[in-house]
Design a protein around this ligand. Structure first.
Ligand code: TRP
Ligand code: ZN
Length: 868
């Protein structure tokens, strides 16, 4: 590596020397040589006659100032310095770029036959020299010129204001976006598509044209996306009072995309995974994912676009808030309990793991080398939990007042996380001084609770202690303001009123000290506490529950989330004790009381099927691994598998009866139908481990009339390694080999295949006609699944899994560093494994580190992990 990449620090923020009020862009599109002409109106803000413009991989063709060729400039590392400038001027920059050679999928690139852009976070500098920072907001006018036959559709942000024909079969369209925006929200698409059209009338009567662009032939897979968009627009009006602000909203689905989707103003660009669905190609999970991501990008129009981020350290300002909004959207439309459970699984699994890893960072990071590395579970999901805690502290009404004030103060500007908290605080009067620490402190607090009942005094004391262990980036930790939601139950399951010092107290305790005792009065009998209800803070809860108490809560807790959580804690106890048993050479056992508790859940007539399905799901290998400082991969896999088999055998009759009773003749995508499929397939995943497994799975595969049931059968065959696995896999591949998106599910099964020869199969699968390392979805489905969801195969003692990871990472380092950087995460946690494995993983990290063209993305992670 020529020069080590440099870190940027949040504390070094400086406001821009100049601003650009307007930019007029012209793209003359050609596959390998596109010319970009950028005419900017520039104004000096600070006393400086020098302007720095970011730029990467650009060929500079011309620079003019006020129409005259300008020679006072210098091409420097990462950009251009222009000298001797007047206070206000028109700057023309002409650059040439090569979209076809752009495999990193950042800037302007080709996805299949279409041109498209991805500018967040710092991709615009790969299009032209510009102040590529979110606090420079300009009005964009964009002219797109291209060959008409291949590119009948020429799109950009805002409204289409003009168009025309040119010689040589070319044509052009001019777009104008009336809303000033930072460069990361710029977008351009040119290509040939099928278009699904609809419209939406906003609450104030504005008629908005809705257009979804998909690859030709895919129109029948776009309707769910359109429904989701319309639902999003309605929901944001009713719940947040926020209305759309342009005459047109476009969504383009592309096959080559590094992330989920992008909220470019008026022209969202989506990974086709989050648009395309019909019952034959998409599972219920896919449908719900589309609803959530369509919502997420739409909600960014206010939280992200109308109010944007001052600098990239503030990313959670838009992402945490927008994730919170999309979670609320999904919860209002579907099952709140199921949504909460799945969000909490992500926090407790991968987010806690990230918090404990060398790359641990606060939701508002302090130091960044490559911004793309900070689109993380911490910034997004923990960021959303931080917003949710404010919502809990302020209540819906106070929170909405805060949102209103936030928009009053910051609409049309670039703001900070501090601005958001201040608006919440000022609007509600709730003191958030200590709460702000959630933005700057990384790591997961551990909250240990102990209780004491005093029968003669009729008091019940809860002592709550919080500790945050040091993380890689921060050693000194302070106590946080933790909203701690509790309920106390008497033996009949009735709620005991919370009284302290003679006063009724709210069920959300404001825990602020390192150690604090709450003494509740008038408690007639020893209560059973329900703690951290709704997962009211992203913390690890420790309380020494007895089995009977957890079983009691599984039935009597007043909200579904708490019932589920009790079930999880009960399972956790026995997973831990059995891991130890396995390590001592003993067998895996589960007491009949626990089995009966789950039998009770299964047979419940009050609980929704979707919820029962969640209750039955064992925690993932990754989540369990997170409980240990040192992970015994094989023991955990063994225990999870044995518990599954044991539950399947003990509950065989009930599972079987429910499985058969839930068969639906007609397919429908409503929430009740999804819930039934979910429970039925949860039963199947257990039944796969019984004698009837192979025949049940086979017949479900054969009779399935939707992808959810097809995939459930295949996935059961895969997990239980049933004899029918190969036949089903071959049949599916034959049917879908021409459709990469549908094949991703198949690739994922190959990636997670718990067979001994998994890696051989994966290497062979890389030759499948639908596979390509150039496509991020394919890569994540097969390789990503192996690295992060095939614990036994990936962590094989021989080190062959690590070796394989190293090979792939070295290749992706050159073609697509962003994807490489996501894949590498499991390797960064090498300290959690035994010394032999540690050495083998480190060897791969060292090999990467010694590469002379190591991308910033991998450089940052590899050096951070090795130096930790
Ligand atoms: N802002 C996008 C979102 O969360 C994230 C995103 C899409 C992104 N594509 C990206 C971030 C590429 C970095 C790089 O909705
Ligand atoms: Zn987002």
């Amino acid at each position: 590596m020529a020069q080590s990449p440099q870190a940027k620090y949040r504390k070094d923020y400086q406001s821009p020397s100049h601003t650009i009020t307007d930019i007029d862009l012209t793209f003359d599109l050609f596959d390998s040589a596109t010319t970009v002409t950028a005419i900017s109106q520039v104004k000096q803000l600070l006393d400086s006659t020098t302007l720095f413009l970011d730029g990467e991989d650009l060929v500079l063709k011309a620079i003019n100032v006020d129409g005259e060729a300008w020679s006072q400039y210098q091409e420097v590392e990462g950009g251009l310095e222009i000298h001797g400038l007047p206070q206000q001027f028109e700057l023309t920059v002409v650059t040439q770029i090569n979209p076809e050679a752009n495999t990193a999928l950042e800037g302007l690139y080709k996805s299949g036959g279409a041109f498209c852009t991805q500018c967040e976070a710092e991709g615009f500098r790969r299009i032209t020299y510009y102040q590529d920072r979110p606090d420079v907001l300009a009005k964009y006018t964009t002219t797109v010129i291209a060959d008409k036959e291949n590119n009948p559709y020429l799109l950009s942000n805002g409204n289409r204001i003009d168009q025309g024909e040119l010689e040589g079969g070319r044509h052009w369209v001019k777009w104008q976006d009336p809303h000033p925006k930072p460069s990361y929200l710029f977008a351009l698409v040119a290509g040939d598509f099928d278009v699904l059209r609809d419209n939406f009338v906003t609450q104030s009567g504005r008629d908005v044209a809705l257009e979804i662009f998909v690859d030709k032939g895919n129109l029948d897979r776009a309707t769910h996306a359109m429904t989701s968009l319309i639902n999003s627009m309605k929901w944001d009006e009713t719940r947040f009072g926020l209305e759309y602000d342009l005459d047109i909203y476009m969504i383009v689905a592309v096959d080559f995309f590094n992330m989920g989707a992008m909220e470019n103003k008026g022209l969202n660009i989506f990974n086709s995974k989050y648009v395309l669905a019909n019952e034959n190609t998409a599972t219920d999970t896919d449908y719900l994912g589309i609803e959530a991501v369509i919502g997420h990008e739409y909600f960014h129009n206010w939280t992200g676009n109308r109010v944007t981020c001052r600098d990239w350290f503030q990313l959670s300002l838009k992402e945490g808030l927008t994730v919170f909004r999309d979670q609320e959207f999904s919860s209002d439309l579907g099952s709140r309990a199921v949504n909460r459970i799945n969000n909490v699984r992500i926090i407790r699994g991968p987010q806690f793991a990230e918090d404990a890893s060398p790359m641990s960072h606060p939701i508002r990071p302090d130091k960044v080398i490559e911004m793309n590395n900070f689109y993380t579970l911490t910034v997004y999901e923990k960021g959303s939990e931080v917003i949710r805690m404010m919502h809990t502290l302020l209540g819906e009404e106070g929170f909405q007042k805060g949102m209103k004030l936030y928009f009053e103060r910051h609409d049309g500007t670039a703001a900070t996380c501090e601005d958001f908290v201040a608006a919440m605080e000022d609007a509600s009067g709730v003191d958030l001084t200590q709460f702000r620490l959630w933005y700057s402190q990384s790591g997961t607090p551990k909250v240990t609770v102990s209780s004491e009942y005093n029968a003669s005094q009729k008091t019940y004391a809860l002592t709550i202690e919080q500790v945050t262990e040091p993380t890689n980036n921060q050693t000194d930790k302070q106590p946080l303001h933790i909203p701690f939601d509790i309920e106390l139950y008497d033996s009949k399951g009735e709620v005991i009123d919370l009284v302290m010092d003679g006063q009724a107290v709210h069920h959300v305790l404001d825990v602020k000290a390192a150690k604090q005792t709450y003494v509740f009065e008038n408690v007639a009998e020893k209560p059973i506490p329900s703690l951290l209800r709704e997962f009211s803070a992203p913390v690890i809860l420790e309380y020494d529950y007895q089995d009977e108490e957890l079983i009691f809560l599984m039935v009597h807790a007043r909200n579904e989330f708490a019932c589920w959580d009790a079930g999880q804690m009960l399972l956790a106890k026995y997973i831990r004790s059995n891991v130890q048993a396995v390590q001592n050479g003993d067998t895996v056992t589960l007491p009949s009381s626990v089995i009966d508790a789950f039998r009770g859940v299964l047979l419940s007539e009050e609980l929704e099927p979707a919820f029962i399905a969640e209750m039955l799901a064992l925690p993932s290998h990754n989540e369990v691994s997170g409980w240990y400082a040192s992970v015994d991969v094989d023991a955990i896999a063994n225990v999870l598998k044995s518990l599954k088999v044991q539950l399947a055998q003990e509950l065989n009759d009930e599972l079987s009866a429910i499985y058969h009773s839930l068969k639906q003749k007609e397919y429908s995508i409503d929430h009740a139908a999804i819930g039934k499929r979910s429970l039925r397939n949860a039963c199947l995943s257990y039944l796969a481990h019984t004698e009837q497994g192979n025949s049940l799975v086979q017949s479900q595969y054969q009779s399935a009339n939707n992808m959810t049931d097809t995939m459930a059968a295949m996935s059961a065959a895969n997990q239980a390694q049933l004899p029918c696995r190969e036949t089903l896999m071959a049949d599916y591949s034959e049917k879908w080999k021409h459709d990469g998106l549908v094949m991703d599910k198949w690739f994922m099964l190959q990636g997670t295949n718990p067979a001994d020869n998994a890696l051989d199969v994966i290497r062979e699968t890389m030759n499948h006609e639908a596979f390509s390392l150039k496509n991020p979805n394919r890569t994540r489905s097969l390789i990503g699944a192996f690295l992060s969801n095939n614990p036994v195969g990936f962590h094989a003692k021989t080190g062959e899994g690590y070796q394989f990871a190293g090979e792939i990472l070295r290749e992706l380092n050159s073609s697509n560093p962003q994807v490489a950087s996501r894949l590498i995460d499991p390797l960064l946690k090498f300290r959690k494994y035994d010394v032999e494995r540690q050495a083998l993983i480190k060897q791969q990290l060292e090999a990467l580190k010694s590469m002379d063209n190591l991308a910033k993305d991998l450089y940052e992670k590899v050096t951070t992990a090795l130096d930790a």
